[in-house]
Design a protein around this ligand. Structure first.
Ligand code: FES
Ligand SMILES: [Fe+2]
Length: 378
């Protein structure tokens, strides 16, 4: 029944190549909100303990460089960007921001033989999607050091995108930092049993509303899905959706490294959300919640009202994690129980399987063989 939770920073994968401190390289992560990066200003960000310098070129396209000058390690984000090249604030070396290629070293004389164009600041693939600047973090061994150009790579995986089901919709984004390792953030995200205790609210659920649930989970590439089902009757939110008089279904998916998608359909009406928990450092992660919908699209104040509830919900999780972090500081032994913690166990197994496939070059062995029914009370 019980299982030891490998949920401290010493996850089973933490000694596997490319998975330093239980963080998974080889994926896209949201680094900043698009709106935070304007004009020629350079912004700092941190993903998987990698400091980043993020900006926009003259055409408005985002770029991401390792926030460290290849000369003597000065953060490039303290430098100056003129829309074309980025100048380090220490000795004025200039870099092209998309490739990181060095364009000029002011201290060189005509007699110097150093090939400036062979020097590179480390650059990262960068894309904008759903109002976030996403950065692809390759395995550290695939990253090019400052002395050579980027390595030719296999095509990158597609940058994640929130599923949208009609041309007109509303969209909003919320985020919160958590003072814990990403693993705790993620298993908190997929934990079905905390709802009635952490998210007690008249419009959601209460202790009195606890009842037995049974859901079918099935494997999907890099993750698992709760099959489309009629949502829990103990939630006022779903009862409100009942005004449309159409059957309501909800589908939830978890996909490595850190994404939970939820899709609610009610005839032509829909609600779609994605929650990511992004590792910043070994003790810090960030929840980014992005939701789009066409339900009650014309209702006045729908976005602020939704944000109010959303923020309350995320704040409840954040407070809980802040308290849990106080306990985790003492490195307690932990347990994961069936069936309520089974998704958490699958998360660790998926991570381990992913790292193993990277190590061996073999296809990933999915830890879930086929559909499984889980039962719990919440
Ligand atoms: S540290 Fe950047 S130019 Fe010297
Ligand atoms: Fe929660």
């Amino acid at each position: 029944m019980s299982d030891f939770a490998p949920a401290t920073t010493e996850t089973p994968s933490s000694n596997v190549k490319g998975a330093g401190q239980g963080m998974l390289f080889g994926f896209w992560y949201p680094a900043l909100r698009s709106a935070e990066v304007r004009g020629r200003r350079l912004k700092q960000a941190m993903l998987l303990r990698v400091p980043l310098c993020i900006g926009r070129d003259a055409r408005g396209h985002a770029f991401a460089l390792h926030d460290s000058c290849p000369h003597r390690g000065m953060p490039l984000s303290f430098g100056h960007f003129d829309g074309d090249t980025l100048e380090c604030c220490y000795h004025g070396w200039r870099f092209e921001p998309k490739t990181g290629q060095c364009r000029e070293i002011p201290s060189l004389t005509a007699r110097d033989k150093l090939r400036v164009d062979r020097i590179f600041a480390t650059s990262f693939a960068c894309e904008e999607q759903d109002g976030y600047i996403w950065v692809y973090l390759p395995d550290p061994e695939d990253r090019h050091p400052g002395s050579r150009p980027p390595l030719a790579q296999d095509p990158l995986p597609v940058c994640p995108r929130l599923p949208i089901f009609s041309p007109r919709y509303r969209i909003t984004r919320l985020s919160a930092e958590l003072p814990c390792h990403v693993d705790h953030g993620i298993i908190g995200l997929m934990d079905p049993a905390h709802g009635p205790f952490v998210h007690q609210a008249w419009w959601w659920r209460s202790r009195q509303s606890i009842h037995e649930k049974e859901k079918v989970f099935e494997p999907i590439p890099n993750g698992f899905r709760i099959r489309a089902h009629t949502p829990s009757s103990n939630s006022a939110f779903y009862r409100i959706l009942g005004v449309y008089g159409e059957p309501i279904t909800t589908k939830i998916e978890f996909v490595l490294p850190n994404m939970r998608f939820e899709e609610i359909r009610c005839g032509a009406k829909w609600f779609s959300s994605r929650t990511t928990v992004t590792p910043i450092s070994a003790e810090r992660c960030r929840i980014d919640f992005c939701a789009a919908w066409n339900v009650f699209r014309r209702a006045p104040f729908i976005v602020p009202v939704f944000r109010l509830f959303g923020r309350m919900f995320i704040r409840q999780d954040q407070r809980t994690m802040e308290k849990q972090a106080l306990g985790l500081k003492h490195n307690p032994s932990l347990m994961l129980i069936d069936d309520a913690d089974r998704p958490a166990k699958w998360y660790f197994q998926l991570k381990a399987a992913y790292c193993e496939s990277k190590r061996t070059g073999q296809p990933m062995q999915h830890p879930i063989a086929g559909p499984v029914t889980l039962r719990w009370r919440s």
